[in-house]
Design a protein around this ligand. Sequence first.
Ligand SMILES: Cc1cc2nc3c(=O)[nH]c(=O)nc-3n(C[C@H](O)[C@H](O)[C@H](O)COP(=O)(O)O)c2cc1C
Length: 174
Amino acid sequence: MDSYYDFMILAEERFSVRSFTDEPVLDDVVSRILHSGHVAPTACNLQPQRIYVLQSEEALAKLKNCTPCHFNAPLAMLVCVDMEDCWVRPFDGQLSGFMDGSIVATHMMLQAAAEGVGCTWVMHFDPEMAAEEFDIPENVVPVCLLVMGYASEDAMPAPGHLRTRPIQETVFRL
Ligand SMILES: Cc1cc2nc3c(=O)[nH]c(=O)nc-3n(C[C@H](O)[C@H](O)[C@H](O)COP(=O)(O)O)c2cc1C
């Protein structure tokens, strides 16, 4: 089995986990997930990501004020970017921050899957509330939340997981 094949299986088999056990994710595993985010590509390698690891009881309680999509997970990562520290496209002033943050989060989500840690990418949270609860500076903007933990026995892919559009609708070979 070569590594391309391994990656395809990982990409195909991962699904959003929304039901977790209470088992904490070990520090080593958390560190490897963070490492994969740390080595992710960002525009000009500026690394504007700022990641808040939420795992204390206090932080997880605050998270519940920010989103209904916490799924009682024992761990969450709030992936933010410093909008004053990201690349600016000279043609139109477009900032790279949201792209950078999304790539970092994707690396972390896939590393979590490789570690057997369930994860859901969450956009449905109140960014202002998050900034307040976690004391995030004004120039640092939340991009997404990754809720994580070990999947409970009843965790199943949601029906949307298998709803894949025909590839011809999404890929145009010119
Ligand atoms: C940008 C983005 C935002 C998402 N926001 C949420 C969310 O707020 N709540 C949630 O339960 N799932 C959220 N998801 C998970 C998607 O619903 C899920 O990835 C999609 O339905 C495909 O299912 P799968 O991850 O099981 O393959 C989000 C995913 C992405 C990429």
